[in-house]
Write a protein that binds this ligand. Structure first.
Ligand code: MLT
Length: 328
């Protein structure tokens, strides 16, 4: 059978229309398979804790599992680089944080992503105040005794962190500067495994995010000397603020937030953002995060626009500061 030119054009237009419809409905169906949320640190640390709580609720809204994949290394930049370079279809997203998206470019001159231009921000999941924690049997009762002990034993003490550029690293860099010490720093693939070694007494202290340490503090497995926020946390009401404990200049909080790669279609970003907002405003999910000490945003605070503004302000704060302070 042969086609006239006119019949051929009509058939081509029909095929085009069917293909366009197909593409439209594939997008409309997002997600039609599991979504992978990359956590750029080991399991059991604060970023993993927040991702698992938030991801569980997001999966209900999305109607597909949100699978947590821990891709640790280089202070979180290995996992975040993987997400930045992944196909921007919404099926690979990241739980980034103040280190990976706020501070890391100040420490890694050849970092393979730009936190402000290589991502479609989805939204803030939780603010995570910093707590100074020590092994249980460290011979100090409060922050002032800790400072005196650290200054006396500077050459032999061990500070654990999650690698260069991680929150636990950069916040203790600030603390050390205020304490005028330069102790050994032991890098781990996340503060999950570092905390295990703190509990067993293999390392002496850490600056960690509250969501992974509060249970261990409540269970007396480690000691909390101070929380670096202006007010005490309802999760650890007996722990003094750094101001109360005599070190008011050490005030710093971290955050964890969801990012998709740049180029993710707007309707997919909107679906992911809607799922995140529903997660953080869901009373049970919010309570789980707050019980651990997380500071949970409202719908406006969890928006993509608010996260874009946060990343910019954190880059403006941390990058020049770290370039000046930390040995590269
Ligand atoms: C983690 O999940 O291990 C942390 O967020 C690491 C850190 O930045 O200190």
């Amino acid at each position: 059978m042969t086609m006239t030119k006119r019949q051929g054009l009509t058939a081509a237009a029909a095929i085009g229309a069917i293909l366009a419809l197909g593409a439209g409905s594939a997008q409309a169906q997002f997600p039609n398979k599991p979504v992978t949320m990359v956590v750029p640190f080991a399991a059991g640390g604060p970023t993993d804790v927040v991702a698992r709580i938030v991801g569980e609720h997001m999966s209900k809204t999305l109607g597909q599992p949100v699978i947590i994949e821990n891709v640790a290394g280089a202070g979180g930049t290995t996992g975040i680089t993987r997400v930045a370079k992944s196909t921007p279809d919404g099926y690979t997203i990241a739980m980034g944080h103040m280190g990976t998206h706020g501070a890391a470019p100040g420490l890694y001159p050849n970092i393979a992503y730009n936190p402000q231009t290589d991502f479609a921000p989805i939204g803030l999941a939780a603010g995570t105040p910093i707590v100074i924690v020590t092994r249980k049997d460290l011979p100090v009762k409060n922050l002032q005794e800790f400072i005196a002990w650290a200054q006396k034993n500077e050459k032999t003490i061990n500070n654990a962190n999650a690698g260069s550029g991680s929150v636990s690293h950069i916040t203790c860099v600030l603390l050390h500067e205020m304490m005028k010490i330069d102790p050994n720093q032991i890098p781990y693939r996340g503060t999950g495994p570092a905390l295990t070694d703190l509990v067993s007494g293999k390392v002496d202290y850490m600056c960690d995010q509250i969501v992974s340490v509060s249970s261990q503090v409540k269970g007396d497995a480690i000691k909390a000397l101070a929380i670096a926020t202006p007010a005490r946390s309802p999760s650890l009401p007996d722990v003094p603020t750094t101001k109360e404990a005599g070190l008011p200049a050490f005030e710093v909080s971290a955050w964890n937030a969801v990012f998709a790669p740049k180029g993710t279609p707007a309707d997919v970003v909107a679906k992911l953002s809607d799922a995140l907002t529903k997660a953080v405003t869901d009373p049970a999910t919010k309570k789980k995060l707050e019980d651990l000490g997380g500071v949970v945003p409202d719908a406006k605070g969890a928006s993509p626009e608010a996260l874009a503004a946060l990343v910019k302000s954190e880059n403006d704060r941390w990058i020049p500061l770290l370039k000046a302070k930390v040995k590269q």
